[in-house]
Design a protein around this ligand. Structure first.
Ligand SMILES: Nc1ncnc2c1ncn2[C@@H]1O[C@H](COP(=O)(O)OP(=O)(O)OP(=O)(O)O)[C@@H](O)[C@H]1O
Ligand SMILES: [Mg+2]
Length: 457
């Protein structure tokens, strides 16, 4: 005997719903019904159905939202006039779609097909969920990236603090965005703050706001970014750079869900989901006394580790291909390819600046290339890959001498920064190097020489 198959019909319109119920019952399916997503979730365990047949436009959302919630195949019904969105629904992972008004045979055929597909996959029909990136445009198939995608989905369903850890340029911001976009807070914009980019003396007031007169220059009361993220997600990038006093205030936000402006005695309740990111080893910062241990434990609830690009196997080539295509179309260049040598170079290079560095290398090559093939020389990565980072020497040879000695740009940069940061501020350093402050900051990240915190006297 064949077990009856369970179908859930999600449709707000009573006439359509009843028609579907009758039709499916004729074919001996056991049919349950719901008018909305909320009702589906309240009344049933949606994973227990064999197929869900849902209208695209429901009173409380889109039928495609169900796809994100369950592994059960979802058959979406939509009007002819919104066939465009129907095609998008397939991209979103709907098992199939049917145009309304539907033909009875068409519905039954689709249901039969979905059930048999599900059975062929031995009950593990899951739209390759793990293989699908959680955000559009995020490339990756290697096991570490799959695991990351899985974690992103999981974390997004909760409101707990998440820590994104990865080398510079690995996609930390992208991951934070994915968590936000997949969460219930997605309707509000995520607030992003780069802790390393805000001057130390301003960071507390930027984050937590201040009362009028709290300090010289505080001419009016100001709302901080944490409060601005109320009901949404706060992305604190480079949290390892947060000064200790600001860390104390942040801890309070996380522990008490309340915020106190600088110079205020009163607290305000806030509902903020924190996603923090760092390229540093926070544990080590704790040991060194630069990061509060209690805050560390608060933040380190769910950690998402982004693998460095060099550990992602063939993902590197796929990423390079895709980035090349996108760069060509963005720069309105003709379609280009990598030479065999270029592919070899891409695979063997260590990519210390990860995906961002890959993007930059490709963009440079696209701009410089003549002809339709990008050779390895245009990527300008080969030389760098063989250089080992040397300890900075304490010798006081002049910088120009060093550069002429044949040091790589990286070595030159490191030595220059280490030798000058003691008495030049960031703006002066950048000026001397002939680069922007932003570029200086990025290179510091890339070459692993972050800005030193001011020594407390
Ligand atoms: N898996 C990926 N697929 C496609 N693009 C990616 C991926 N990961 C990162 N990128 C791209 O690489 C660039 C760097 O990503 P992102 O800014 O998120 O990294 P990050 O870790 O925050 O970098 P940084 O340390 O420099 O702040 C962005 O342009 C982003 O779109
Ligand atoms: Mg970033």
């Amino acid at each position: 005997m064949i077990a009856t198959k369970d179908i859930l019909v999600v449709e707000a319109d009573e006439v359509t719903r009843n028609a579907l119920k009758l039709l499916l019952a004729q074919y001996k399916y056991s049919v349950n019904e719901a008018r909305s997503i909320k009702e589906s979730l309240e009344k049933y365990d949606v994973d227990s159905f064999d197929v869900i047949v849902s209208d695209l436009n429901l009173p409380d959302g889109l039928g495609t939202d169900l796809i994100k919630i369950t592994n059960t195949p979802v058959l979406i019904m939509t009007r002819y006039s919104s066939i465009r969105s129907a095609i998008d629904t397939i991209k979103m992972g709907a098992a199939d779609y049917i145009a309304k008004p539907f033909d009875n045979n068409e519905i039954i055929e689709a249901v039969v097909r979905l059930i048999s597909e599900k059975e062929n996959k031995k009950g593990s029909f899951n739209r390759n969920e793990d293989q699908e990136p959680p955000v559009q445009g995020m490339v990756g198939r290697c096991p570490q990236m799959m695991e990351l995608f899985r974690r992103i989905r999981k974390v997004a369903q909760t409101s707990s603090t998440a820590l994104v850890n990865g080398e510079s340029g690995t996609g930390k911001e992208l991951v934070a965005k994915a968590i936000h976009d997949l969460s219930t807070r997605k309707k509000q914009e995520m607030i992003s703050v780069n802790c390393a980019a805000i001057p130390e003396n301003l960071i507390e007031s930027e984050l937590f706001g201040h009362e009028k007169g709290a300090f010289t220059g505080a001419t009016a009361t100001r709302t901080g970014l944490v409060e601005a993220a109320h009901g949404s997600t706060l992305f604190l990038d480079e949290i390892g750079e947060l000064p200790l006093e600001a860390q104390a205030r942040l801890l309070r936000v996380l522990q008490e869900n309340e915020i106190r402006k600088v110079g205020s005695v009163q607290s305000t309740k806030v509902d903020v989901r924190l996603v923090a990111a760092t390229h540093r080893d926070l544990k080590q910062l704790v040991i060194d006394g630069d990061f509060r241990e209690d805050l560390y434990y608060r933040i380190n609830v769910m950690t998402l580790l982004i693998p460095p690009l060099r550990d992602r196997g063939n993902d590197i080539l796929e990423l390079a291909e895709i980035k090349l295509k996108r760069t060509c179309s963005r720069l309105e260049a003709p379609t280009l390819n990598f030479s065999e040598g270029a592919n070899t170079a891409i695979i063997s290079y260590s990519w210390p600046g990860n995906v961002r560095e890959l993007e930059n290398a490709i963009e440079r090559a696209v701009v410089l290339v003549e002809g339709s093939e990008i050779g390895e020389e245009l990527l300008a990565i080969e030389a760098e890959s063989t250089i080992e980072v040397r300890e900075s020497s304490s010798e006081t040879t002049s910088l120009n001498e060093n550069y002429n000695e044949g040091l790589s740009l990286q070595e030159y940069f490191q030595r220059f920064v280490l030798e000058h940061q003691g008495f030049l501020n960031e703006t002066q350093l950048a000026e001397k190097l002939g680069i922007s402050r932003k570029c200086l900051w990025e290179r510091r990240q890339k070459f692993g020489i972050p800005r030193k915190k001011k020594e407390s006297a």
